[in-house]
Ligand binder design. Structure first.
Ligand SMILES: Cc1cc2nc3c(=O)[nH]c(=O)nc-3n(C[C@H](O)[C@H](O)[C@H](O)COP(=O)(O)OP(=O)(O)OC[C@H]3O[C@@H](n4cnc5c(N)ncnc54)[C@H](O)[C@@H]3O)c2cc1C
Length: 484
């Protein structure tokens, strides 16, 4: 056997950088793909912090189950649910609580119900929309005239421009902006419709009007389902009996023993060295790999690649991220004058408050608070109120407490309060995002087995993140099989 043959028999070495959901799923998918292979790859996962999971986190606390990051995932995009099935977690899934499946929108300081069937932008139940006090009669007439406004689909357009063009300014400011702001912590004047909510663009493209599209969908019993919730389409969301970290823990269990898990080890640089990648840890030590999956926010990936490909770094860093803080409270339900019989509240920017949204976490899913108590998560900051993030935890708690008192009449001793900060964790897909993604992906495709996963390019939600990670692992694996 000559030396090159013996080299060929060495297992491929893959570095996965980032131990959030996308890093864990990348490892799991690589293991699935290499199952039965005579030469499974050697995989090292590097996570700079001392825990795996990234923005995922479920913390048990005195009978509460606190979700510090994501608290549910959508099922109309199959990425996550297929993973859940493969992990054998189907029996751990729980549905949202049908009893409280509605949301509120603040108007002139008062929490009012979102009309039944309102789907982020478009009313699916016209009667409920017409009866809602959230917008004025002229505002409703303007919104309903959407049916007759000819479609003018544009290559890329801001969410605000699209919503105002179709439904008018009042519907945008009072209902659409707070819904979208609450989900993406974003400025809808900058957010790209095509990159965030393409289904609405497709509705305009196909039917000329969203209301016409909804009418058609209603004639199709499968698509017309779920018109009776208000706010996000809550019946489409699931979580796990013991919180979202069931998914993260199960992934860790599945890869442990097959993947070298290195927490507290950040990566600072990647360079090409002959046919391999030279990966430098933050402590200065280096190792060589045949493939690298960057399961990171794009700003972090850009930093690591700055000596390797400055143009790619510049493109990755053009994708902006917003920071958010979540003030979490646990308290007796009797502290509130309002029944809090809902999944949460969103706050329009025109209300000029200091919070974006309130999630009644223990109303969404059972088991998140002791009997007779409630867990509330108050979202602050985001793209439109970044300056709030400069405040201390105590100040943020005080602001959130004051807002809860004003809006819901909440007062009295709490079981706990705490702030969770997510710095530069929420990517903002601004108008022009698709071109940035195109450039970035073209560039990555010129480097064999160097892949990008995570929430920076193709979707912020868990199913999209799972898909990017699986695809990154698959491309990496194919590259080795092609060259084997
Ligand atoms: C507050 C909040 C609530 C959310 N709620 C929901 C929800 O309810 N439903 C939903 O579908 N989605 C939700 N999301 C979005 C979703 O949770 C995220 O998009 C997803 O979890 C991101 O996973 P990720 O692996 O791409 O990134 P992250 O979780 O950010 O993981 C990246 C990891 O990389 C590590 N890292 C960074 N730089 C380096 C380096 N140089 N070397 C090594 N490691 C490094 C970080 O420490 C981090 O652990 C929410 C997000 C946030 C912030």
């Amino acid at each position: 056997m000559n030396s090159s043959e013996s080299e060929n028999r060495e297992p491929h070495r893959i570095a996965v950088v980032g131990g959030g959901l996308s890093g864990l799923v990348s490892c799991y998918r690589l293991l699935e793909l290499s199952r039965g292979s005579t030469q499974p790859p050697q995989i090292d996962l590097f996570e700079q912090s001392d825990r795996l999971g990234g923005v995922f986190g479920t913390v048990p606390h005195d009978g509460y189950l606190i979700e510090t990051g994501a608290d549910m995932f959508i099922t109309n995009n199959p990425g996550a649910i297929r993973l859940v099935e493969r992990l054998g977690l189907t029996n751990r899934l729980i549905e949202t609580n049908a009893r409280y499946r509605r949301s509120l929108i603040l108007k002139n300081g008062k929490p009012l119900p979102t009309p039944v069937g309102f789907d982020l932008m478009a009313p699916r139940n016209l009667l409920a929309y017409v009866r809602s006090p959230l917008i004025s009669i002229p505002g409703k007439l303007r919104a309903l005239s959407e049916y007759f406004i000819p479609g003018r689909p544009q290559a890329d357009e801001s969410l605000a421009s699209f919503a105002i063009r179709r439904f008018g300014r009042e519907a945008f400011e009072r209902m659409i902006q707070p819904m979208i702001g609450g989900i993406y912590t974003a400025d809808p004047e900058k957010l790209s419709l095509r990159s965030t909510l393409p289904r609405f663009l497709e509705m305009e493209e196909q039917y000329g009007s969203l209301l016409k599209a909804i009418r058609k969908e209603k004639q199709n019993p499968l698509k017309g389902a779920d018109n009776e919730a208000s706010g996000a389409r809550y019946s489409l969301f699931l979580s796990f009996d013991q919180g979202m970290s069931v998914l993260q823990d199960s992934l860790i269990d599945a890869i442990k023993g097959h993947v070298t898990l290195q927490t507290g080890v950040g990566i600072q640089n990647i360079e090409r060295k002959q046919n391999r990648y030279l990966v430098t840890r933050c402590n200065g030590t280096t190792s060589e790999y045949d493939g690298v999956i960057l399961a990171l926010p794009t700003h972090a990936a850009g930093q690591i690649l700055s000596q390797f490909d400055p143009d790619l770094t510049a493109a990755l860093q053009k994708i902006e991220y917003a920071s958010a803080a979540v003030a979490v409270f646990g308290m007796p339900l009797s502290n509130s004058q309002h029944p809090l019989d809902c999944f949460g509240l969103v706050v329009p920017a025109v209300e000029r408050r200091q919070i974006l949204a309130v999630s009644c976490t223990s109303r969404k899913f059972n088991g998140r608070a002791p009997e007779g108590h409630i867990q509330l998560r108050v979202f602050m900051g985001g793209a439109m109120q970044q300056e709030l993030l400069e405040k201390s935890d105590e100040e943020l708690i005080a602001i959130a407490r004051q807002e809860l008192a004003d809006i819901f009449g909440i007062q009295g001793p709490e079981d706990f309060s705490r702030v969770v900060r997510w710095n530069r964790a929420m990517p903002q897909y601004h108008v022009g995002h698709q071109e940035k993604v195109h450039f970035i992906e073209e560039r990555f495709s010129t480097y064999p087995a160097l892949e990008m996963a995570g929430n920076g390019l193709h979707g912020v939600g868990i199913p999209d993140v799972v898909r990017t990670a699986e695809q990154a692992a698959e491309r990496c694996w194919q590259q080795f099989n092609r060259s084997a």
